[in-house]
Design a protein around this ligand. Structure first.
Ligand SMILES: Nc1ncnc2c1ncn2[C@@H]1O[C@H](COP(=O)(O)OP(=O)(O)OP(=O)(O)O)[C@@H](O)[C@H]1O
Ligand SMILES: [Mg+2]
Length: 235
């Protein structure tokens, strides 16, 4: 059983997109095809504002389990021992301040969200840190790694998301250079920018459900590559 937490304190860098689509490609290879069998994959959101996002509308018909966990601290503590689950992908909020006190009693409050995130990080086997190929993404990423992940000793991997090949490699290389100069582990796989992803998230589709045309296959390929690089999919 592995818990992968997708984390970056910057909003809109692709945390939800990556969590849900890694769950989709993992389920694609690990689901047995038996309609009676339960998927060994769970995508879990601990973003209190995430319950309104697209995939909540598909709770019952995705090829993997999906759940909202920001208000269930006791349940989260059992995350490593969920029967039948082999991979958990945790989607986190962008605005978390981990120094916030957890006693507020308000499940939507910052204190409670910080409690939830600390609990999840305690169980993480790997944190996946998306970064966009633009300088505005750099400071929040550094903060996430230096103040949240390193002090806890959580293993992590930075993944470039939302690179548009039409922009050329300048920003991409600058971003990779920034990550390497900091000594952070960087995935070779890059998640490219495709309009399809933006549209799909609005429609509630995951990459394994994209149509079989060339662009859709390229968009999907990035997530399979990343999963392969993460060594996901073995038994
Ligand atoms: N590789 C990509 N190509 C195209 N669109 C993308 C890509 N990655 C993310 N997006 C789009 O960018 C927007 C932000 O992505 P997403 O919601 O996954 O980010 P987030 O980090 O979860 O944001 P938040 O911090 O608000 O939770 C969404 O509309 C999503 O569809
Ligand atoms: Mg999100």
């Amino acid at each position: 059983m592995a818990v992968h937490v997708v984390l970056n304190q910057k909003g809109g860098v692709g945390k939800s997109t990556i969590a849900v689509n890694l769950a989709a490609v993992t389920a694609d290879v690990l689901n047995t095809g038996d309609p009676e069998a339960s998927s060994p994959v769970l995508a879990l959101s601990v973003d209190p504002q995430g319950s309104a996002v697209w995939w909540a509308s598909r709770v019952n018909d995705l090829p993997f389990h999906i759940a909202q966990g920001h208000d269930d601290l006791a349940g989260l503590k059992k995350l490593k021992n969920l029967p039948g689950i082999k991979h958990v992908y945790v989607d986190t909020p962008g605005w978390i301040d981990l120094s916030a006190d957890g006693d507020s009693g308000d499940p939507l409050g910052e204190g409670a969200a910080a409690d939830v995130l600390r609990t999840v990080l305690d169980m993480a086997d790997l944190a996946i840190v998306p970064i966009e190929p633009e300088p505005l993404s750099f400071d929040p990423t550094a903060r996430t790694i230096n103040t949240v992940l390193k002090p806890r000793g959580v293993p992590y991997l930075v993944v470039v998301n939302n690179w548009d090949p039409r922009d050329g490699v300048h920003d991409l290389n600058e971003t990779k250079g920034f990550v390497k100069a900091n000594g952070w582990p960087l995935a070779n796989s890059v998640i490219r920018h495709y309009k399809l992803h933006t549209r799909a998230s609005a429609d509630g589709l995951v990459v394994t459900e994209y149509p079989a045309n060339r662009v859709a296959l390229q968009a999907r390929e990035d997530f399979y590559k990343l999963a392969l690089e993460l060594n996901i999919g073995g038994r």
